[in-house]
Design a protein around this ligand. Structure first.
Ligand code: ARG
Length: 483
């Protein structure tokens, strides 16, 4: 007899079972489910809901199943899911007493608990990779703090910056991603266990105890909300999508800046491909694949939102379909962080080309206008007009900006010493001047980078503490013995 269908339902069609089972993606929660089973069993025993001998048999059986590993279990789709597979394995090992494990519990609170246990580890993994990447990037920013390049707005030459400053912009945005994951972690690491199907149980269970045993920070108290909400998944998917968007921007810049036309960076060979016909080609395939994979994260977020938006309380089987989406996004983002980190770590930069571009195309025009404001005490708008005229004339007459500037100023009876004009047009001077908070000046880049380093250290510590707590919880539960 199928232990799930019992005597209520008779036949089960194989193709129906295959259609509805979650077993193909339940591998992600196998370990979490065993932990959840052990914690629940310990609680049942401590609350004198089941006997010591019974608890002992159940826990020993669960440990055996865990050690056997998922690969050696009978993943029969007619059992629906991993919860029932484990219970049926347990039944094979210890007989009817296995049926006591599910006292005061439902698969609804069980799966919600398992998902949170499995997800928190994935979040920590993402955080760790991200923190390492940001750490590397911060070192890179310090290394390139003096390298002059041009910054773009509308993808047109804008103003000179330092390459270190651009790299720090990546750090700055990715630190917010780190904060978002850390913040959501608080809402992921909550225990729904003890909520039963939706209405808790009449048994005198101890929700606080299972919460502690499983390393959760708090309970979700309302039992209806606890079993039905998947907003912790939406939040995570959304964090992943935002991070993906940020990584995609980096990929896009790597692709663009490594073109012959820009030629400011070179992606290492191991992250590139060539062409089967054009022997000269070096294509940025990894960055392109990343850019595309990251798009599918947004699709995943929308799918999950759409599945959830019209569901009534409490558990609905639709919820199951959100789960594979979640794992897909976590794996994609984990792999992509590794790729982007790898590309950045091995990136070669072309300093000469960067400086050449910074000097070209009137990128210092703003500073020339600022100089007129400072020296002549004229309104900025007026200075803007004068410099606009200088630039237009330089382009039309194909002449050096300095010469044209002197000429235009003279025509207008405005006198500015030549050395000030030269200084205004110099890219190094431009960058050196911009030393206000968050500016591209080398000293400011270094100051910011050092500040970021401190924050990175803090985040590392927070993540390590969380990991340690989880390790302890697992160790304790998977080695638990009742004597
Ligand atoms: N496989 C299910 C899921 O992932 C577990 C809960 C099933 N509960 C139920 N009442 N059918 O959501």
């Amino acid at each position: 007899m199928n232990i799930l269908r019992g005597k209520r339902l008779r036949n089960v069609k194989e193709d129906v079972a295959r259609y509805t089972t979650s077993l193909s993606f339940d591998k992600e929660i196998f370990e979490a489910d065993i932990l959840c089973d052990i914690a629940h069993t310990i609680m049942l025993y401590k609350q004198e809901i089941i006997k010591k001998e019974e608890a002992k048999k159940i826990i020993e059986g669960l440990k055996e199943i865990y050690n056997k590993g998922l690969g050696n279990l009978n993943l029969d789709p007619t059992l629906d899911d991993i919860h029932m597979v484990i219970e049926s394995e347990l039944h094979k090992l210890i007989g009817d007493v296995a049926g006591k494990m599910h006292t005061g519990r439902s698969r609804n609170d069980e799966v919600a608990t398992d998902l949170r246990i499995a997800l928190r580890e994935k979040i920590l993994k993402i955080l760790k990779l991200l923190i390492d990447m940001v750490d590397n990037l911060t070192d890179m920013a310090i290394e390139y703090k003096d390298v002059i390049t041009v910054g773009y707005t509308h993808l047109q030459h804008a103003q000179p910056i330092t390459y270190g400053h651009l790299i720090l912009s990546y750090v700055s945005m990715l630190l917010r991603d780190i904060e978002r994951f850390l913040d959501s972690y608080k809402r992921v690491n909550l225990s729904p266990l003890g909520s039963g199907a939706l209405a808790t149980t009449g048994f005198n269970i101890d929700r606080e105890l299972t919460k502690e045993l499983l390393g959760f920070d708090d309970l979700i108290k309302n039992s209806i909300d606890a079993v039905s909400t998947r907003d912790f998944i939406l939040e995570t998917l959304s964090n992943i999508s935002i991070l993906g968007t940020n990584l995609s921007k980096i990929c896009e810049e790597l692709i663009l800046f490594s073109t012959y036309e820009f030629n400011t960076v070179e992606i290492a060979d191991e992250y590139c491909s060539t062409s089967s016909i054009m022997p000269q080609k070096k294509n940025p395939d990894v960055a392109e694949i990343a850019r595309a994979k990251l798009s599918s994260l947004n699709g995943n977020l929308v799918s999950a939102l759409t599945i959830l938006k019209a569901l009534p309380n409490a558990y609905n089987r639709d919820l199951q379909e959100v789960t594979p989406i979640l794992w897909d996004s976590t794996y994609k983002i984990i792999d992509t962080i590794k790729m982007v980190d790898g590309m950045l770590k091995t990136l070669k930069i072309n300093k000469d080309r960067m400086e050449f571009l910074a000097k070209a195309n009137y990128s210092t025009a703003t500073e020339l206008a600022d100089t007129l404001v400072r020296y002549l005490d004229i309104p900025f708008r007026k200075a803007h007009n004068i410099v606009g005229e200088i630039v237009r004339k330089s382009i039309e007459e194909r002449r050096e900006m300095l010469e044209v500037a002197k000429e235009v100023l003279k025509e207008k009876n405005l006198e500015v010493p030549e050395d000030l004009l030269i200084k205004a047009l110099d890219v190094h001077e431009n960058v050196k001047l911009r030393k206000v908070i968050g500016g591209p000046a080398p000293e400011e880049v270094e100051r910011r980078a050092k500040e970021f380093k401190e924050r990175i250290k803090e985040y590392k510590k927070i993540v390590e503490e969380k990991e340690e707590k989880i390790r302890e919880v697992k160790n304790k539960l998977l080695n638990y013995s009742i004597n």
